[in-house]
Design a protein around this ligand. Structure first.
Ligand SMILES: [Mn+2]
Length: 285
């Protein structure tokens, strides 16, 4: 076990030791800056529990993910203060890289604020994110590291940012995007072609983040800030298939899953997406 981690819930998958893994799952169970619906601290455990419902054989790829070398590094024990939490997450991800520098990490959240930690440690050149929100505020509710600021903090690291499935933002965020070369596609205008068009020319390596609220609120009612009018499940799967086959993706995350009941719809959506991500990695990598 890594220093600051604990085990919350086991997935219905055989796992290997972290040192031998090709893929590693790490939970970031934080909800200290949640502004609307709390419970994201339970996200990683809820996602793992939801996987008990799914077959490890993924029809779409003819891949049985039970045959992949997957490690589950557990969840990071995160302090309440967001900057402290980011620091502990960074330390843990650095430790994970020391133990196994080659495994592709898949982070489960937890608030989107935590995505800053892996991006800072893994240093991608591009950040491709599915999100209902722009997350480009300079400050929100007294913190520059609030979940509503994460894409802006990442952009400030010099990382190229593209956001897909957006249907919520402020005028100030739009101006910031315009002035800083941040590309984004409204949920109404989203298409596979629009995604490929934009991501094709983005510098590699790429970090891919899925804020679960990118999906329509009917698919993901248990999330910090649900938004109607979102993407379909296959919109996101097809985009992730393209990017994981065609581009150098160094890490994935699935964030903002919350709730207080096992088997909730949002966790099922996230768990199914996690199994598809593992399946496509088994197929394309
Ligand atoms: Mn969001």
């Amino acid at each position: 076990m890594l220093l600051h981690t604990y085990r919350s819930f086991d997935m219905e998958l055989p796992t290997v030791d972290l040192r031998e893994a090709d893929y590693v799952i790490l939970g970031l169970p934080y909800d200290g800056t949640t502004s609307y619906k709390p419970g994201a601290r339970f996200g990683p455990a809820l996602i793992r529990q939801a996987t008990l419902n799914f077959e490890s054989y993924i029809l779409d790829y003819n891949v049985d993910i039970a045959e992949l070398k997957i490690a589950d590094a557990g969840d990071v024990s995160l302090p309440v203060n967001v900057e402290d939490a980011i620091r502990v997450a960074e330390e843990t991800i650095r430790e994970l890289r020391e133990v196994n520098p080659n495994a592709i990490p898949i982070f489960l959240g937890g608030e989107h604020s935590m995505t800053y930690a892996p991006v800072k440690v893994l240093k991608p050149k591009s950040y491709v994110v599915f999100d209902a929100h722009l997350d480009l505020r300079d400050e929100y509710q007294g913190s520059r590291f609030n979940h509503a600021c994460v894409a802006r903090r990442i952009s400030e690291l010099g990382v190229k940012v593209a956001i897909f499935g957006v249907r919520s933002g402020t005028k100030e965020e739009l101006i910031y995007a315009e002035e800083n070369g941040i590309e984004w596609v409204h949920a109404r205008d989203y298409s596979y072609e629009a995604f490929v068009d934009l991501v094709l020319s983005m510098p590699e390596p790429i970090y891919v983040s899925v804020d679960i609220d990118v999906f329509d609120a009917s698919l993901v009612p248990e999330t910090g800030t649900p938004e109607p009018g979102g993407l379909r499940f296959w919109d996101v799967v097809e985009a992730l298939e393209w990017v994981s086959e065609r581009k150098d993706v160094i890490a994935f995350d699935i964030m903002e899953v919350s709730g207080d009941k096992l088997g909730n719809i949002t966790a099922l959506t996230a768990g199914k997406l996690l199994f598809h991500v593992l399946g496509m990695l088994g197929e394309f990598r």
